[in-house]
Design a protein around this ligand. Structure first.
Ligand code: ADP
Ligand code: GLC
Length: 480
């Protein structure tokens, strides 16, 4: 049995800010349980502690002394459908609402990375592999290899580091390496921990992990170029032999329109026409849109950051609203987008609606009720919204970048293939012309549209295939 420990800051069902939480939930479940024993370690954030208190079992206490950090923490364990979750509890760092975005995030991340290792020692639990996710946990490989290398059981652990988004790197003053993480100056001077004259968590993860993965094949190529490499392309290129692009999947049980309790009407590929219609009418009613089952309803479910392409939508909104469409946006993020969408809602009541906030159940109802989901991302490591949309028979309209390119095959009216719509250049007018194409298909080619829905729903968006690829990478790391 190969033991794998996933380290991450968020996972469903406990807490979620984005797709990372979906993946950390789904992947350990998709990995073959006959051959791999997967566990997960996370910080015990306040909302999790409040909601899951009953099921938490106290395991032990650890002490973290590192630079200025001098804290203790409690280790809890939680059983979720046979997968063990370890939670590291420290009021000072994690007893707050929210996951990231605090002034002392670097201390919180540093503390957690060290605490994971202290936890392994205390529990005498040494996995064969630690699978780190994003920069928040990226220091674990370097700590194991530089600070804890005297302990053989720790030295022998192999590390898989997954980049979910290269745009967020954890770039800090170099003092962090010594003041919080107690690394040796020599490892900074010889360049292995140094990034320019900084400490960059992402860079350190990429350098010290045995294997590096990212969440789609196209993104794995893109990040090796200066355009999308976020200044780490040279390092990623240097590690290209150990860099794998493995596309995300979703948990098809958690996202299943036939069993989904949050939606108005359950459906599958047999009753999808009725299902889509009923859910669309229910969504229009809920959001205060005119209840018109024959009007094209398009929308977005997204964090509103520059990555997600809301600029393109705003760029052509005036023109788009001249068509017979309804638009629904669910998302929260940068205030410039929130403000612009609020203004549009005021101007176009009944046709344009903006729900500002994070709402899991409404997201499900949007996936069930929309006709078209827009994802005009500037870049997209993988993207899960387009996968969920397809599972729910909502056609994705995406920009050809990263995982969007790998998962959305564009509709070809001549061969009747494909399951969505795509455009290339990051340009509002290119997007609008593809929306217009989808618009024509929706209104004038109803049979083709129905086939598209069915193909989208039948497309395999599960994690099954990708889980086999991860297992392969785990084996390579152990044998390499
Ligand atoms: P990212 O991780 O970059 O935000 P993904 O497409 O990988 O993008 O994952 C986003 C996840 O978060 C999806 O499951 C999506 O449904 C969900 N999501 C995004 N915004 C919201 C929101 N405002 N309310 C509910 N769910 C949301
Ligand atoms: C990141 C990316 C997104 C990806 C998700 C899960 O948040 O922005 O594209 O799907 O991680 O890997």
């Amino acid at each position: 049995m190969i033991r794998v420990l996933f380290a991450a800051f968020e996972s469903l069902p406990f807490i979620k800010t984005g797709g990372l939480a979906d993946v950390v939930y789904a992947l350990p479940r998709a990995i073959d349980r006959e051959q791999f024993d997967c566990k997960v370690v996370m910080p015990l954030l306040k909302p999790v502690k409040e909601k899951y208190y009953e099921g938490l079992k106290w395991k032990d206490k650890i002490y973290v002394h590192s630079g200025y950090i001098n804290e203790e923490a409690d280790i809890y364990s939680y059983d979720l459908d046979g997968v063990e979750y370890f939670f590291i509890d420290n009021e000072n760092y994690f007893g707050r609402d929210g996951v990231y975005g605090f002034k002392d995030d670097v201390a919180r991340f540093s503390f957690f990375n060290i605490a994971v290792i202290e936890m392994m020692i205390k529990l005498d639990y040494y996995p064969d592999i630690i699978h780190e996710n994003d920069y928040h946990t990226a220091l674990i490989p370097a700590l194991c290899k530089l600070r804890y290398e005297a302990i053989e059981k720790i030295r022998k652990i192999r590390h898989i580091f997954t980049i979910h988004n290269l745009a967020y790197q954890g770039d800090y003053d170099k003092q962090v390496l010594f003041d919080l993480l107690s690394f040796d100056y020599k490892d900074f001077d010889n360049g292995s921990l140094r990034y320019n004259d900084h400490c960059n968590f992402m860079k350190i993860g990429i350098v010290f992990a045995d294997k590096v993965t990212t969440v789609s094949k196209t993104y794995a190529m893109e990040i090796q170029t200066p355009e999308r490499g976020e200044n780490l392309d040279v390092i990623l290129k240097y590690r290209r032999e150990d860099l794998y692009g493995i596309v995300n999947g979703i948990d098809t049980e958690a996202f299943n329109p036939y069993t989904d309790k949050s939606i108005a009407y359950p459906y599958n590929t047999r009753n999808y026409l009725k299902g889509k219609r009923e859910n669309k009418l229910a969504l229009q009613k809920e959001l205060g849109l005119k209840e018109e089952e024959d009007t094209l309803l398009l929308g977005m479910v997204s964090r509103l950051t520059f990555q997600k392409g809301a600029d393109l939508l705003l760029g052509c909104m005036g023109e788009l609203l001249k068509r017979n469409v309804q638009i629904a946006i669910l998302g929260t993020g940068e205030s410039r987008y929130e403000y612009a969408f609020r203004m549009l809602e005021d101007e176009h009541k009944g046709r344009f609606v903006y729900y500002c906030g994070y709402n899991e159940a409404l997201a499900h109802r949007m996936y069930a009720g929309l006709d078209l989901l827009l994802m005009p991302s500037l870049f997209e490591p993988c993207g899960l919204s387009q996968l969920i949309a397809m599972r729910y028979g909502t056609l994705p309209l995406v920009r050809e970048t990263g995982g969007l390119k790998d998962t959305v095959e564009p509709y070809n009216e001549y061969t009747d293939e494909g399951r969505g719509f795509t455009f290339g250049p990051y340009n509002a007018w290119d997007m609008l012309s593809v929306i217009d194409y989808a618009y024509t298909q929706y209104y004038d080619h109803k049979d083709a549209w129905k086939n598209l829905i069915k193909r989208a729903m039948r497309y395999d968006v599960s994690f099954a295939r990708s889980a086999r690829e991860y297992e392969e990478v785990y084996r390579k790391a152990l044998n390499g």
